[in-house]
Every structure is written in structure tokens, then in C-alpha cells.
Design a protein around this ligand. Structure first.
Ligand code: TMP
Length: 216
């Protein structure tokens, strides 16, 4: 099973993924986490190119292809082997990031990105996708305060992040009831985690909803 986590800058994906990892482990399931771009030897080198401020003049198509190249490496070397061993895979971003950032916000086109994605992933899809929605200004404030690195993708004009958020909201709205789950990530972290836990309990562990009142 593949569970992906999507969201704009400062949406708190990493903390939520840590919480989800612990929850799934407590159910005795084997689970691992990968982040995009990166988490393979070649993927990390590609990540460095993509994040380097000196590459701010990179062509949009090159950017799109590099994300897909890092992705195919991750799928072939890590994700497929894990799935074949029956391990649950949590992904800090997957191809929806390319659809949103390159296809929609950069304007390269959804169909073009989907076409590249099919080649890069061999048609591998997430079973469940959490969209962590955060207000753009709040997200940028969080990364200014908390993020270890401030990379090229963090240095885009605010309008770009507004487009990213709009694109995610559209994608999420169109697919609600399917694999997408909307989470309000403007809330304090414990409440965000509670919402994610509730969805995981219902969808993965098939347990009834846990109420906020009980706080468990
Ligand atoms: P993050 O490690 O903080 O999530 O940053 C990754 C950055 O790369 C983020 O700005 C989103 C961007 N990105 C794309 O533009 N396209 C992609 O396909 C992926 C995976 C990430």
C-alpha cells in the first residue's frame, strides 16, 4: 500500500508523516518513508541540482524532467521492492507534486506531466493521498521559522505558491471520495494529527471514528 502526503511549503508534511509512521507501526505493520525528490543515491544528486539557488534559470522542462528522473530512480530502487515485500510505503510527495507544481503552477500542462509520470512510475499510483492545506502566508512564515535549508523552490514569488495552493485545492476537490483526503493544516499540529489519525483509522484499520472529545 502506498500513502502519499502532499501540500505546499510549510504545510507540516514531515511531522505528520512521523506521526503516521508511529501509528502504523503500533498496528504491527511494516512501514517505511521516502521523500521526493531524493532518497536514492542518484535522486539526492538530482535534488541538489533542483534545490541549488545558482540554477534559478533552469528551463521549466528540464526542471520537470529532473523531478521525474529522481522519481523513476526511487520507484525502481525503493518503492517497488518495498511493495513487493508487503511493506506499507509513506511518501513525502509523489507525482501529484509534479502535476501541481510543474503542470499547473508552472503551466506546462497536466496531460504532458501525466505522460512523463506514467513513464517514470510505470503506472504506480498511491492508494491514499493526504492533502495538507495551509494558507500561503502561514506556510511561508513556518518555513522562515523552522526550516533547516532555504532552497531554490522556497525562493519563488508568492504568486507561485498561491497557484500551487489553488491547483492542489482543485485536484483535491475533483477527487474527494477517491484516494484524496483534505486536511486543514492551518490548525495546531495536534489537531492536524488527530484528523489524519481519524482518516487512517477509518480507511486503513477500518476502525470507527475517534472523537476529539476522547482525544485518543
Ligand atoms: P520539500 O522537500 O520541502 O517538500 O521541497 C520539495 C520542493 O520541490 C517543493 O517546493 C515542491 C517541489 N517539487 C516539485 O516542484 N515537483 C515535484 O515533482 C516534487 C516531488 C517536488
Amino acid at each position: 500500500m502506498i500513502i502519499s502526503f502532499e501540500g505546499g511549503e510549510g504545510s507540516g508534511k514531515s511531522s505528520v508523516i512521523k506521526g503516521a509512521l508511529r501509528l502504523i507501526q503500533t498496528h504491527g505493520m511494516e512501514v517505511c518513508v521516502f521523500r521526493e525528490p531524493g532518497d536514492t543515491e542518484i535522486g539526492e544528486q538530482i535534488r541538489n541540482i533542483l534545490h541549488d539557488h545558482k540554477n534559478s534559470n533552469i528551463s521549466l522542462r528540464t526542471e520537470a524532467l529532473l523531478y521525474q528522473a529522481a522519481r523513476s530512480e526511487l520507484v525502481d530502487k525503493k518503492i517497488r521492492p518495498a511493495i513487493e515485500r508487503g511493506v506499507t510505503v509513506l511518501l513525502d510527495r509523489f507525482y501529484d507534486s509534479s502535476i501541481v507544481y510543474q503542470g499547473m503552477a508552472r503551466g506546462l500542462g497536466i496531460e504532458e506531466i501525466l505522460h512523463l509520470t506514467r513513464f517514470a512510475t510505470g503506472g504506480l499510483d498511491p492508494d491514499l493521498t493526504f492533502y495538507l492545506d495551509v494558507d500561503v502566508q502561514e506556510g511561508l512564515r513556518r518555513i522562515r521559522e523552522n526550516k533547516r535549508e532555504f532552497n531554490r523552490m522556497d525562493a519563488q514569488p508568492v504568486e507561485f505558491y498561491e497557484k500551487v495552493r489553488e491547483a492542489y485545492l482543485n485536484l483535491c476537490r475533483e477527487n474527494l471520495g477517491g484516494r484524496w483526503v483534505y486536511i486543514n493544516a492551518n490548525q495546531e499540529f495536534p489537531n492536524v494529527m488527530l484528523d489524519v489519525t481519524k482518516e487512517l483509522n477509518e480507511r486503513i484499520f477500518h476502525e470507527g471514528a475517534i472523537t476529539r472529545e476522547r482525544g485518543t
